[in-house]
Write a protein that binds this ligand. Structure first.
Ligand code: NAD
Length: 256
């Protein structure tokens, strides 16, 4: 379904971003990967699906590096047809103890980077009269939790940003939507489970049960494959009039 398209997924060396990149590759899209850590493993996993893969290691907190990544993608593939703003980080502390540099980093990576990638991707999408922008927000884009002020602010921010961009592009073939996952068992969440187990002196599996029990009524993690399926749907013709939504995939978290 996506043969001939190019998808750039930020933060795609791990977790949800890598899952979405693979889901797009399964539909035939060429992929630009981004993110920290080992890039060769993710690159070969995507290449094994028979598409072209490029990697750019831009730091999403640095606008000049983001600009370089967008130029790189255009030079390799002509343009970015599908942009997934996924890179994200977390930090957990009460607001009075929240290090100012952690606040700045979370806002820069989880929110401001999407402004830069989007402003740089939209002109070519408008010209082609086709484009898809998929922002990976969170259940925390719709409701809050304590000790996550920066993350919740960034994710509420990206839901608002999604709506504005959707309105600006409403009369074109470019759509902009957000996906709001609940708990997904990735390194970002594994760290929170491990911290909880250590803090409360309980086992990792008990900590996992507590984490799900507190927020996610299904008591099951959302999977990266499920999120990949939703991202592919948002790129399909059936989603042409899905614009500016914040689509939960959270096991009922935000229905409460
Ligand atoms: P993850 O830690 O597995 O992956 C994060 C990715 O972002 C990695 O590839 C990492 O290298 C990259 N990254 C981090 N900082 C970066 C930077 N400065 N520049 C470039 N890349 C950077 O996390 P994940 O759980 O897959 O999270 C992906 C997105 O999904 C995040 O935006 C997160 O907020 C969101 N999300 C996750 C969950 C969950 O339960 N895991 C739930 C809701 C939303």
């Amino acid at each position: 379904m996506l043969k001939g398209k190019t998808a750039l997924v930020t933060g795609s060396t791990s977790g949800i971003g890598l899952g979405i990149a693979k889901a797009f590759a399964q539909q035939g899209a060429n992929i630009v990967l981004n993110g920290f850590g080992d890039a060769e493993g993710p690159r070969s996993q995507v290449a094994a699906l028979g598409v072209q893969v490029e990697y750019h290691g831009a730091d999403m907190s640095k606008p000049d590096q983001i600009e370089d990544m967008m130029k790189f993608a255009a030079s390799k593939f002509g343009r970015v047809d599908i942009l997934v703003n996924n890179a994200g980080i977390q930090y957990v502390a009460n607001v009075e103890d929240f290090p100012a540099e952690r606040w700045d980093a979370i806002i820069a990576i989880n929110l401001t980077s999407a402004f830069h990638t989007t402003r740089l991707a939209v002109p070519a999408m408008r010209q082609a009269n086709w484009g898809r922008i998929v922002n990976i927000a969170s259940a925390h884009g719709l409701v809050a939790s304590a000790q996550k002020s920066a993350y919740v602010a960034s994710k509420h921010g990206i839901v608002g940003f999604t709506k504005s961009v959707a309105l600006e592009t409403a009369r074109t073939g470019v759509t902009c939507n957000a996906i709001c996952p609940g708990w997904v068992l990735t390194p970002l969440v594994q760290k929170q489970i491990d911290d909880r187990a250590a803090r409360e002196g309980i086992s990792v599996s008990q900590a996992q049960e507590e984490l799900l029990g507190e927020k996610q009524p299904s008591l099951q993690f959302t999977t990266v494959d499920q999120l990949g399926g939703l991202a592919v749907f948002l790129c399909s013709p059936a989603a042409d009039q899905v614009r500016g939504v914040a689509w939960q995939m959270d096991g009922g978290w935000t229905a409460q």
